[in-house]
Structures are given as structure tokens and as C-alpha cells.
Write a protein that binds this ligand. Structure first.
Ligand code: ADP
Ligand code: MG
Ligand code: MG
Length: 933
């Protein structure tokens, strides 16, 4: 019967012939089943692809002499063959399984289906990659009318047997008879599990029991009969009373579950290929619920949340595995060390209650860590004073723990330094760099709304709806969250003062998001259901009306807004010795230099502490926004003659000089790349209909409204991104360039005289034609010579270079390199101009493009390697061709993106530059990239 279905399905699918040939190459049978038990296993941990993670590690533990209940693994090929056969287990696999069961019986001295001394089995799924909660397990397989009396005699515990039987009926009916059979209920409450739960609850209620453990053997026996009736009523089939039927049913259901709904959607999210299939582990049941000498638990070889090297875990006396995870009973602590104040500190630890067992477990822990060279997560069961290991795998850990374990293990000699680096993912470092919400408190907090996770970490504060008020409150030391529809450059002071930023509009590349990320500040954007009323100073959300001054909490890593105050733990990476050691190894390993984008000495100082060696981008435009400065900037813009413009610039000069002095000093002795004025001038003037501002400025500068308005009109551009900006300003108004260069070099000269080593690099933005740079270079050199003369120093180190951010610049990089000692790829603009969409307007289609796979990822987040990346490659080749020692780096947002950093490393750039809080992430990503060479 099975054979017929098999071949039919195979022929249907067209590749059946190959499978038949493959199954019997040279008459040799396919090996589907891998045995493990009694110190010997056919598999090993390297065979995860065939045996799944669980099966491979059960085999490995067996070979290490660790006590594992004997059993066998049906490999993933069996799953493929199962589906090819239209959903039945291949004959060879059945035969091999029967042989394996005999071996298990021999070891255990029990027989499957035996009336006197029955063997019970568990059927467990196990794919290559762990898919938590996505696949199925059936325990206690083999319990039936014929074997129950034998089990009772063996265990001397009738209650235990009927409890196991009850669990088998529940799991089997749910996993095998309902889910694997594809039965779905519109009303979830009609499904078999809730139906059986209801029967259990009724028995408890009728008898006034509180706990499951209050049920007597008689209650459970009765309940099992009711269960079986219910199963037939709901699912239309009898619960099988034959052990072998249960076993094949269980195995088939696990295979079937690979194509179950939950597994399919999980695979899609995690990018796990459908072809992999799952393995099935069939294993002797051991019972942690046989009485007071029995127990079950889960453990980690080290603490997965702190990385502390103590053995860490939980256990329950007289319980089955799932009880620990299910959280029905408060588990006990594994040892005295990991007792939780207020919880498990009242309960005896395994160390105290069963010292012999604990000692054995500690030996196994040591054995596993030495063997796997990593933190392991374990499942164990103690049956009547005998310890059994049921699972081990690489333990999941958070960022803080990952860092500590990597360094500890390197120092213990368990791993080398390179391996230590690979143990920490770049994104895991975020947890060390930003304040984080207390995870326990967070699960209990009231969610107000969700938005986009624009700036990582956690923040609590009072709602403030206006940037000026935010700044004032910040001065008083109050904690606040700036809540705005959206933010603009005018909000910057308020944003800086806030603990976190929340906006209703905008995406991951909105103003708020960019600024927040640059500062490492917590930020949630795009919370469309925030109803913000600036006038009433209220925010309506989730049916509540919050007032200015009310507390809220942001989780910027997940994009969640909570009501009230959720506790946050402050980040203090600099005092974390493991972090520091890891960063030293990263710096040693990385070939790319890491610089930072910083506009102030404070940001430069932070970045240095994080390991930045130089500044890759100082934007000078922010320096014109202070009160006295913007006034003169506006005067400069409104000037009608070159002479008048120079007068205004002369007033701005000392301000700029002071700024450059501060930032060059803060980064000494490393290089500082300073970009000449970049944005279009209209950004420094008010909006054309902002009558109030215009009047204010007119009065202040003693000009008419009309003059200001006509200048605004004159400066108006249809497409500012492609307008009068960048070096086009310097080319048409060289006095601006000359003032800035003078400020830079006078600051540098002063520092040099003070004995401070400085290396300014003057960067001309938005060059697309070599002649633009030639023109600017001439002006820069002239000013430099003058400054040297005036001050009377012979040598003043400085470099001249350009940003490569216009595609034309990339393809003519050889010509441009004639005039440039360095290139800095401005990948933000380069992406905009290469892809032909602006970052600020792409929100209306780009997410859909990414969903559809037109672009693999947002090209503003991770560099578009094929297009933009190719231009970078061409520019490197041509630039180096023309000037072999040209210094090359990146200063766009991509300089802080791990994937892009890998790409830049491969292209052979000299450095990447990113915002201060991305420096550690860039450093470790660069080290990872170097390790791949
Ligand atoms: P998961 O992958 O979801 O953890 P498992 O296959 O590990 O699923 O099984 C679920 C639970 O059943 C675990 O608590 C495990 O310890 C327990 N279990 C599995 N096999 C056995 C067995 N042979 N004896 C006792 N308990 C078992
Ligand atoms: Mg498990
Ligand atoms: Mg630019």
C-alpha cells in the first residue's frame, strides 16, 4: 500500500526515477536512520545538515560518554523522501527504525509495546537551525491499554502513569491527529487542546483542586477516558491504542510539521530554505516526574544575560521537561549562586537538594564547554536518582553577555582572540552603547503605540511638544521626550536636550531619525496614530489623552511607546573591561581605519573614547546656526556686493576659527576632515511665508521686508538637491571658501605653535568636474600661503581633497585626483544621484521596492553594491591610477553599516567614517571583514 502511493507520487513529480535510482545505487540501501546509545553514536555534531541540530548533538554527547537516553535519528533525507512519497515514511526508513528500536530495547532491557516491562519513546523534531516553538514533540509514545498495567507495576506509581497517558493523548491528538492532518477550526476554542484543557479544568473545579498535582490516580484515569471520547468526537478518529501506530503517526506528524503554517512563516522570516527538511529524533523516555528523587531542568553553562561564568539554570522536582518552560510552577535555582531574590531564594537549589546529581551535572557542563568551546544550553532530567542529558546546543545570549563570554573564554584559553571577535555580532554592541529598558518591566508595561525603531535604546521622560520648552526644561535637568509631528533643523537644540524623540510622521531616514542616530539617541518615528495638538499641548493615543508633562517611555530598538515610566539601565561601555578588551582586539585586527563624523569637540571626544582615530567629516553649516552667527550669515547672504559680503564673513571668521580650534584639538594628533560650506543658502533664511520671522530679521539687519523676500525668491530652487550648493557656492563666491580656509589654517597654526599636533584636511563638496576642484584648490593654496606668511611659520601640514558624491566625479576620478590628495565618498548623495531618487521623497515607494525585492535592502541604509558600489570601485581604481598614494574613505551613513563596511573593506578603502555611537559597531564589523581575508 505504502509502496504504491510512493511511486504514484514520484511519477507525478517527474523526478521519481532519480529518487528510486538514488535509493538503491548499486543495490545499496539508503541510510535513513542513525543510532545513538550506550556510549556510541553513528552521528556527530558536524552532521547537523543531515541529523538536525538536536540529533547531531545527541550523537555527539553520546560519543563523549555523557549519559543520553538511547535512541535514533531519522535524517532530513527521510523528510524529503516522505514528501516525495506524498506524505508517507519510506519502507527502508521503517525497517531501519525497527532495527534501531531493537537496539534500544537491548540497552534498556525493556520492550516497546511489552505488557510486562514496556519501553516508552519520545518523538522530537530537530531541524538544521533551531526553530523555537515551531516544530512538534510527542512524549510518552507507547502507552496504551496493553502497556499501562506493566508501566504501573514497573513504576509502582499509578498516578504517574495516568498523568503520562493524559499528556500523550493531549500531545498526540493535537500534533498528529489535528495539525498534521491539516484540520483547522475557525473558532480556536473548538480545537482539541483547549477542549481537553476544559475537561481538566472541570475536574479541578468539581473537586475544588488548585493544582494539576492535586488530581488523584483515579481522577486521571477517569480523565483519560473522557479525553479519548472527546478526541473521537472532535477529530472523528479514535486515539490509537497500538504503540507502533503511535510511533509512525508521531514520526509522520513531525515530518509533516515542516510544511505546517507556523513553520512556513517562520522559515520565511528567517530565510530558511524549504528543501532542508527536518530530522526526527526517537528516544527512550526518561521521567523527571517519578517522585521526589526525580527532577527536570534547563541550564546554561554561563549566565546568558550577563555572561557571568557561573553555571546558571532552573529545575523542578518531580516534573516533566515542559513544566519548567511553561512557567506553571516557579522553578528552583540550579545553585546557590543563581538564586533570584524574592523568587527562587526561598526554594532549595539542586546544589543543596541533590548534591551528587549537581556534581555530575557540573562535570558534564565542564566537559561540554571544553568540547564545544562555547556557551551551551542544556536540558536534563533526573529519573529516580539517575541523571540524563536530553539536549545541548549553542546558547543564545544578549550583547552584553556575548562580549563578556568572548573575552573570558579567550582569557581562559578556550578560544583564540580571532574566535572571540566572531562571537560578537556587530549589532549586538548596540546594547552596550545605549540605555536599555529593563526587559522584565517592559513586558508588563502598557503599550500606547508602535512606530519605526529609528534610534536604539530606551528612554523615559516627560512629554514636551515644543523644542524651545524642551531646551529650557533640559537646562533644569529634567528628563523629557520631545514629541513632534516631525522635526526640522530648528528643533535641534530641543532634540539634543531630550532623552528621546518621538514623531508622528517620517521614516527611518527622516530628519529626526538621522539626527537621533548620529547622536546615539533613542528615537521612534512614524507613529501615525499619535494625534498631537500643539495648541492644547495634548497627545491623543490609544484612547487616552496625555498632557505635556506626562511620563512616557520609548523603546527605540523596537519602535514601541509605553505609558508611564519603565525603568532603564544606563549604558556605560567605557567602564566595561570586557568591552574595552574586545575593542582592542578589533582595532588590532581591522585593516580599515575608523573615523567619526563629528561637528563638535564633545562628539569628537565621545568618538575617540569609542575608538575613532580621526574625523572623516566635520560639517561646517551647523556652526552658522548659533544666534549671533546666523545673524551675520544672513547678512552675508543678503549682501549685494562682494565687499559687503566680505565684511560679514570677516565677522564670522573668529567664530569659525574657534570652532576649528576646538575640534582639531579634541582629535589631535589624528586627522580632521573639514568640509567647506555645502547646503544651499536659502536654508539659512526663513520660509517665504513666515512673515513674523522675516520682519524680525528685517528689523535686526536694518533692511526692508521686501529685500529679504526678494532674496528668498531669488534663492528659491525647484530642486535644491541639484541646485546652487556644494562647491558651486565656493566657485561663484570664492570669498566664502577663503574665509573658511583661513579659519581652519589659523586655528591649525595656533595649535601648532602651542605644540599640539594637528592634521586638517580641507574637503571640497559636490565636485563633479575636475575644473571645479582646480579652482577651489587655487584659492585654498593662496590663502594658505598668506596665512603662513602672516603668522610666520614655514611648515603647516594640511591636505586638500574632495567628496566623491556626484556620479560624474566617480567616472572622472582620474582627472579629479590630479587636484586631490584624498577622496571621501559621500555615499548618501552618491546614492541619491545614482539611483535617481531623493532620500526625503523615497518613502512613498522604496519600502514597497524592498518588499518586492527590486532593491534587496534600503540603499540608504546598506550600500547598493551593484550600482553605487560599482561607481565607488571605478573611482578607487581611477583615483589610485592617477595618484597612487591617494587616501580613500567613506563618510556617508553607510560608514556605520556592518554590511556596507564589509563591502568597503573588500574594495580596499583606507577608512570609513560614521557617527560617534556607531564607531564600535564599525570597528567590530571592520575586524570581522578583515578576518574573512
Ligand atoms: P524543543 O525543541 O521545543 O525544546 P524537545 O524535543 O526538546 O522540543 O522536547 C520538548 C520537551 O520534552 C523538552 O522539555 C524535553 O526535555 C522533553 N523531552 C523530550 N524528549 C524526552 C525524553 N526522551 N525523555 C524525557 N523528556 C523528554
Ligand atoms: Mg528542547
Ligand atoms: Mg553631500
Amino acid at each position: 500500500m505504502e509502496k504504491e502511493i510512493t511511486q504514484e507520487a514520484e511519477f507525478d513529480q517527474g523526478f521519481g526515477i532519480c529518487i528510486i535510482q538514488y535509493n538503491f545505487i548499486n543495490g545499496v540501501e539508503m541510510k535513513y536512520v542513525y543510532f545513538f546509545g550506550d556510549g556510541k553514536a553513528e552521528g556527530k555534531s558536524e552532521m547537523k545538515n543531515e541529523l538536525g541540530g538536536k540529533g547531531a548533538n545527541l550523537a555527539e554527547m553520546t560519543n563523549l560518554g555523557i549519559p543520553v537516553p538511547p535512541g535514533f535519528t531519522l535524517n532530513t533525507d527521510t523528510n524529503t523522501a516522505f514528501f516525495d512519497a506524498g506524505g508517507s515514511i519510506p519502507d527502508e526508513a521503517v525497517e531501519q527504525s525497527k532495527e534501531a528500536v531493537s537496539k534500544v530495547e537491548a540497552i534498556m532491557g525493556r520492550k516497546f509495546g511489552d505488557t510486562e516491562n514496556p519501553l516508552l519513546l519520545s518523538v522530537r523534531s530537530g531541524a538544521r537551525m533551531s526553530m523555537p516553538g515551531m516544530m512538534e514533540t510527542v512524549l510518552n509514545v507507547g502507552l496504551c491499554g496493553a502497556t499501562i498495567p506493566g508501566m504501573i507495576k514497573q513504576s509502582g506509581n499509578e498516578r504517574f502513569v495516568y498523568d503520562a497517558y493524559r499528556r500523550l493523548i493531549t500531545m498526540y491528538s493535537d500534533v498528529v491527529m489535528e495539525k498534521a492532518a491539516g484540520i483547522e477550526f475557525e473558532d480556536e476554542e473548538m480545537a482539541i487542546r483547549p477542549q481537553l484543557e476544559k475537561l481538566l479544568k472541570k475536574v479541578k473545579k468539581d473537586n475544588g483542586y488548585k493544582m494539576d498535582t492535586d488530581l488523584s490516580a483515579e481522577d486521571l484515569k477517569q480523565l483519560c477516558e473522557e479525553y479519548k471520547v472527546k478526541v473521537e468526537e472532535i477529530l472523528g478518529n479514535k486515539f490509537p491504542d497500538d504503540p507502533w501506530e503511535q510511533l509512525w503517526g508521531g514520526i509522520g506528524a513531525v515530518f509533516q510539521s515542516w510544511r505546517g503554517k507556523r513553520a512556513i512563516s517562520y522559515r520565511r522570516i528567517e530565510n530558511i530554505p524549504e528543501e532542508w527538511g527536518t530530522a526526527v529524533n526517537v528516544q527512550t523516555m526518561v521521567f523527571g516526574n517519578m517522585g521526589e528523587e526525580s527532577a527536570t531542568g534547563v541550564a546554561f553553562t554561563r549566565d546568558p544575560s550577563t555572561g557571568d561564568p557561573h553555571f546558571f539554570g532552573e529545575w523542578l522536582v518531580n516534573a516533566q521537561g515542559e513544566d519548567v518552560v511553561a512557567g506553571i510552577r516557579t522553578p528552583n535555582a540550579l545553585n546557590v549562586y543563581c538564586k533570584q531574590p524574592g523568587k527562587s531564594d526561598q526554594l532549595p537549589s539542586l546544589e543543596e537538594a541533590m548534591p551528587d546529581m549537581y556534581k555530575q551535572l557540573v562535570d558534564i557542563r565542564d566537559n561540554l564547554e571544553t568540547h564545544y568551546h562555547d556557551m551551551q544550553d542544556l536540558e536534563f532530567t533526573i529519573e529516580n536518582g539517575r541523571l540524563w542529558m536530553l539536549q545541548t546546543r549553542t546558547g543564545k545570549r544578549n550583547g552584553i553577555a556575548a562580549v563578556r563570554m568572548a573575552i573570558d573564554m579567550a582569557e581562559e584559553g578556550l578560544i583564540d582572540e580571532k574566535t572571540a571577535l566572531t562571537r560578537v555580532r556587530a549589532d549586538q554592541l548596540e546594547e552596550l552603547l545605549h540605555p536599555m529598558l529593563d526587559p522584565g518591566a517592559e513586558t508588563k508595561a502598557v503599550v500606547l503605540t508602535k512606530g519605526l525603531p529609528a534610534g536604539p535604546g530606551g528612554a523615559i521622560g516627560k512629554i514636551v511638544l515644543n523644542s524651545e520648552r524642551a531646551w529650557e526644561m533640559g537646562e533644569k535637568g529634567e528628563k523629557l521626550i520631545l514629541v513632534r509631528l516631525e522635526t526640522s533643523p530648528e528643533d535641534v537644540a530641543g532634540m539634543r536636550a531630550a532623552e528621546g524623540i518621538l514623531t508622528a510622521y517620517g521614516g527611518m531616514t527622516s530628519h529626526a531619525a538621522l539626527v537621533a542616530r548620529g547622536w546615539g539617541k533613542c528615537c521612534v518615528v512614524g507613529c501615525g496614530d499619535l494625534d498631537i495638538n500643539y495648541k492644547d499641548r495634548t497627545v491623543k493615543v490609544a484612547g487616552k489623552t496625555l498632557k505635556e508633562g506626562d511620563w512616557i517611555t520609548l523603546n527605540g530598538t523596537k519602535g514601541i511607546v509605553y505609558e508611564g515610566e519603565v525603568p532603564v539601565a544606563n549604558a556605560d561601555p567605557i567602564s566595561n573591561e570586557w568591552y574595552k578588551k574586545l575593542m582592542l582586539i578589533a582595532a588590532k585586527t581591522s585593516r580599515l581605519e575608523i573615523r567619526t563624523n563629528a561637528d563638535t569637540p564633545e562628539d569628537a571626544a565621545i568618538a575617540r573614547k569609542f575608538g575613532a582615530r580621526g574625523i572623516g567629516l566635520t560639517r561646517t553649516e551647523h556652526m552658522f546656526f548659533g544666534e549671533e552667527r546666523i545673524r551675520n550669515m544672513r547678512w552675508m547672504i543678503l549682501s549685494e556686493s562682494v565687499a559687503e559680503r566680505k565684511e560679514a564673513l570677516d565677522i564670522l571668521l573668529p567664530y569659525q576659527r574657534d570652532d576649528f580650534y576646538g575640534i582639531l584639538k579634541a582629535m589631535s594628533p589624528f586627522s580632521v576632515t573639514i568640509r567647506l560650506l555645502d547646503p544651499p543658502l536659502h536654508e539659512f533664511l526663513p520660509q517665504k511665508d513666515d512673515q513674523k520671522k522675516i520682519e524680525e530679521i528685517a528689523e535686526d539687519l536694518h533692511v526692508s521686508d521686501y529685500e529679504i523676500k526678494s532674496r528668498i525668491a531669488q534663492l528659491h530652487e525647484f530642486n535644491p538637491m541639484l541646485g546652487h550648493r556644494g562647491c558651486r557656492l565656493g566657485v561663484t563666491m570664492p570669498e566664502i571658501t577663503r574665509m573658511q580656509v583661513r579659519a581652519i589654517l589659523e586655528a591649525a597654526a595656533k595649535l601648532t605653535q602651542e605644540g599640539v599636533e594637528v592634521h586638517p584636511e580641507i574637503m571640497v563638496p559636490l565636485v563633479g568636474n575636475a575644473k571645479e576642484l582646480e579652482h577651489q584648490r587655487k584659492n585654498i593654496v593662496e590663502v594658505a600661503e598668506k596665512v603662513k606668511d602672516e603668522i610666520g611659520i614655514a611648515e603647516l601640514d594640511y591636505k586638500i581633497g574632495t567628496m566623491i558624491e556626484v556620479p560624474r566625479a566617480a567616472v572622472t576620478a582620474d582627472e579629479i585626483a590630479q587636484h586631490a590628495e584624498f577622496f571621501s565618498f559621500g555615499t548618501n548623495d552618491l546614492t541619491q544621484m545614482t539611483c535617481g531618487f531623493s532620500r526625503d521623497d523615497a518613502g512613498s515607494f522604496l519600502p514597497q521596492y524592498v518588499d518586492m525585492g527590486i532593491y534587496e535592502d534600503d540603499p540608504f541604509k546598506s550600500i547598493d553594491q551593484k550600482g553605487v558600489g560599482e561607481l565607488v570601485r571605478i573611482a578607487i581604481e581611477k583615483g589610485r591610477g592617477a595618484r597612487s598614494n591617494i587616501h580613500l574613505g567613506v563618510c556617508g551613513e553607510h560608514g556605520g553599516d556592518p554590511e556596507s563596511i564589509h563591502f568597503f573593506h573588500k574594495l580596499g578603502l583606507d577608512y570609513v567614517s560614521c557617527s560617534p555611537f556607531r564607531v564600535p559597531i564599525a570597528l567590530i564589523a571592520a575586524a570581522h571583514a578583515a578576518l574573512e581575508d
